[in-house]
Design a binder for this molecule. Structure first.
Ligand code: NAD
Length: 351
């Protein structure tokens, strides 16, 4: 029997990840209506397909889920939008969380574990947190009691938590090509998480051998991202002053040693990033007035977490990056994509 999957946090990343789970488990054309119940969804059958129960505290997110499923013609007979976190842990064998901050993760896990009837034996947290938060949540999860009715996939009497933050952004989330960095306390837990993650990504890399290692790797990766995005923006702005258009300079960088994700996949200059196959303008935030994507508030969270865990001010690049993105957020607002640093700090100018 396929595990019943729960998903909490259906924002910019969580929604496309959920869609890939639904596509994977419930392939087969347009189906019924999304159920919106206050009682347990139950397993609606459907040829052994996995049942999926999702939750988000925002009404806007809930409406988006319904509209997206309908727009894609997804078969949603085995999908329930839960009315509470309790409903998620009372019905799901595995729960995936994709939340915006360490504080929201702690609150959601406290609420999920404060339940007499926890069926979930494996929690996979894909949010970007600091390693200490991941450890604290893991310890609480390990102390919780599983309901006797649990169909425990790990054959342990307590639930287990792994951290599996992601890289690739909203484009990879939609394409199902995310990279997961998996931190787990045991090989058994890592092995149990991998098939679930594989439905949403193309690579699952196990790092370290403890919970928190995934978050450590993710913070280091995002330090590179923060600095490289600012570096590409600075270079494109210098090029402009020297008479080079952003698209032609990007062509040069992408064929040279400066090439990076910020230059070849998520270029910050409007009008530059094109779809490799069709040649049409790509749906990256710089082509969409810097809406969607990786919000400045999230980049700032990650860069601050990196500076905090380093403790001793030993990350000069991360400190400069924090200032640049703080300034950008103060001008355009913290919900714009972080590539708007090009527009705000360097004066913009696309093609
Ligand atoms: P988001 O803000 O778009 O979505 C977060 C969702 O969580 C929202 O829908 C919100 O309503 C929901 N939520 C908040 N508190 C809740 C609660 N108590 N109960 C239920 N739902 C709650 O964020 P996102 O861009 O999807 O990012 C999520 C995580 O992934 C963050 O840790 C972020 O750093 C990380 N991440 C984001 C990207 C990206 O490109 N956006 C890339 C990699 C990693």
């Amino acid at each position: 029997k396929k595990p019943h999957i729960g998903f909490v946090g259906l924002g910019a990343m969580g929604l496309p990840m959920l869609v890939n789970i639904l596509k994977h488990h419930n392939a087969g054309g347009a189906g019924g209506q999304v159920q919106s119940t206050s009682s347990g969804g139950g397993n609606a059958g459907g040829g052994g397909n996995a049942h999926v129960t999702a939750f988000d505290s925002s009404d806007v997110a809930q409406k988006k889920v319904h509209a997206t499923c309908q727009g894609l013609g997804l078969d949603v007979r085995n999908f329930t939008f839960a009315s509470s976190l309790n409903q998620v842990v009372r019905t799901s064998d595995v729960v995936i969380t994709m939340l915006p901050s360490p504080e929201s993760c702690k609150a959601v896990y406290d609420e999920m574990l404060n339940n007499e009837d926890v069926k979930t034996s494996l929690f996979i947290d894909c949010s970007t947190n600091d390693p200490n938060t991941a450890r604290q949540i893991a310890d609480k999860v390990n102390q919780a009691k599983l309901a006797p009715t649990s169909n425990a996939i790990l054959e342990a009497s307590n639930p287990v938590y792994v951290d599996a933050p992601v890289s690739g952004g909203v484009t990879a989330a939609a394409a199902g090509t995310l990279t997961f960095m998996l931190g787990a306390d045991s090989e058994i837990a890592a092995k149990a998480a991998k098939p679930v993650l594989s439905t949403m990504g193309s690579r699952v890399i196990t790092v370290g051998n403890t919970v928190g290692a995934g978050c450590a790797a993710k913070l280091c990766n995002n330090l590179v991202l923060a600095v490289s995005m600012a570096g590409v923006s600075e270079a494109l702005a210098l090029g402009e002053r020297l008479g080079l258009r952003a698209d032609e300079l990007s062509d040069v960088i992408n064929a040279s040693s400066g090439r990076c994700w910020s230059s070849d996949t998520y270029n910050p200059a409007p009008g530059v990033q094109r779809d490799a196959n069709s040649g049409e303008l790509a749906g990256v935030p710089s082509n969409l007035a810097y809406d969607g994507g990786f919000a400045l508030r999230l980049m700032l969270k990650d860069i601050r977490l990196a500076n905090e865990v380093a403790e001793d001010g030993s990350l000069p690049m991360a400190h400069v990056a924090e200032k640049l993105y703080e300034h950008t957020a103060s001008i355009v607002g913290e919900n714009k994509d972080f590539s708007s640093v090009f527009d705000v700090v360097y004066g913009g100018a696309g093609v």
